[in-house]
Design a protein around this ligand. Structure first.
Ligand code: SAM
Length: 327
């Protein structure tokens, strides 16, 4: 099997594929309130174009694909896209990041189409707080979505919680207990200064090393590994199946082992979440490039992947939103 390696010797085998920059929620740290300046659907890659591009990526070394957005389930036909991507040779791990609001109705079709597993964003278990953080979301729908994902076997179900001071930091123990009771995996995330909303949320930044230390007073935490290929460092709560992941781009960045790139809904390839470096792939797809030319362009793009983000040094560098890049 081919290996795709960047200029720093890192093997790039993970692609985050944004299928839309639209979202039905307005999480305070992600998208500004009232934001509507979305990409036009004509600018989005079609399913045929996505299939061709992911096929090329898989031929040269990408093994894991995560469908994301915006909210991927607001784009119609995602089970059909899953079906196409799941059968591509080389794609070994196909997963989806979602806010969960449409998961209850979609879970069975996603599973039948060949989706492996889901990550669901959930920052609070308090209905009012959840609505406030998400700019109008309803907690009940996400809880129903989580139950459906579990019932369909889209496992492991991982919960993503962005921990914010004065907003939901006090809920970390409740989230641990919730995940213990339901058999979910918990991933705690530090706020990143991506876009204006992310920059504003950085004022609520919580160092997860401290959260981990507080959890260690309550639970015996053992080092653990977890499949997924992402940046989380995991621990396991002794005597239970619960794994807790810490995603610490700020307090302990993981750029040296970064194995990923991101594809925007319009076919722009982003090489690092913390840099504006990008390569537009749509012109190649729509300009009749051969398969060989496409593979060559992908290799050349990966060779440009920056060494590391500079969120600490230049926190206001990234003006695009997380929903554009595909979080
Ligand atoms: N809508 C899907 C979801 O909710 O998971 C997929 C896209 S969302 C942008 C992906 C992840 O990025 C979510 O877990 C979200 O919490 C996280 N995220 C967005 N903005 C962030 C920020 N400024 N800092 C840290 N995480 C962020």
């Amino acid at each position: 099997m081919a290996d795709l390696t960047d200029a720093f010797g890192r093997r790039v085998e993970y692609l985050r594929l944004s299928v839309t920059d639209r979202c039905d929620l307005r999480c305070s740290y992600c998208m500004p309130k009232g934001f509507t300046d979305f990409e036009e659907p004509d600018d989005w890659l079609t399913f045929d174009e996505i299939e061709r591009l992911i096929g090329a990526f898989a031929r040269i070394g990408v093994r894991r694909v995560r469908i994301t957005g915006g909210e991927p389930l607001v784009r119609t036909g995602i089970p059909e896209l899953v079906r196409r991507l799941a059968r591509l040779p080389g794609v070994e791990d196909l997963s989806l990041s979602t806010n969960g609001t449409h998961l209850a109705r979609a879970a069975a079709a996603l599973k039948a189409a060949g989706l492996g597993r889901v990550n669901v964003s959930l920052d609070s278990l308090d209905p009012e707080r959840y609505t406030a953080i998400t700019g109008g979301g309803r907690l009940r729908r996400v809880l129903e979505g989580l139950d459906a994902a579990k019932a369909e076997g889209l496992e492991p179900v991982k919960l993503n919680m962005v921990v914010m001071a004065g907003v939901n930091e006090d809920e970390v123990p409740a989230m641990v207990e919730f995940c213990l009771a339901r058999g979910f995996t918990l991933r705690l995330i530090e706020t990143m200064p991506v876009g204006a909303a992310g920059l504003a949320a950085s004022g609520r930044y919580v160092d997860l090393q401290a959260v981990r230390a507080r959890l260690a007073e309550r639970y015996e935490l053992l080092p653990a590994l977890m499949s997924g290929g992402g940046p989380a460092r995991y621990v396991q709560v002794a005597g239970t199946p619960l794994k807790i992941g810490f995603i610490t781009p700020i307090s302990q960045h993981f750029c040296a082992t970064c194995n990923r790139v991101r594809l925007g809904a319009d076919g722009t390839l982003y090489l690092c979440l913390g840099h504006e470096d990008s390569v537009p792939l749509r012109p190649l797809l729509r300009g009749g490039a051969s398969e060989a030319a496409l593979e060559e362009a992908l290799r050349a793009a990966i060779a440009m992947k920056p060494e590391r983000h500079e969120f600490r040094e230049k926190p206001s560098q990234i003006v695009r939103f997380m929903s554009m890049t595909g979080g």
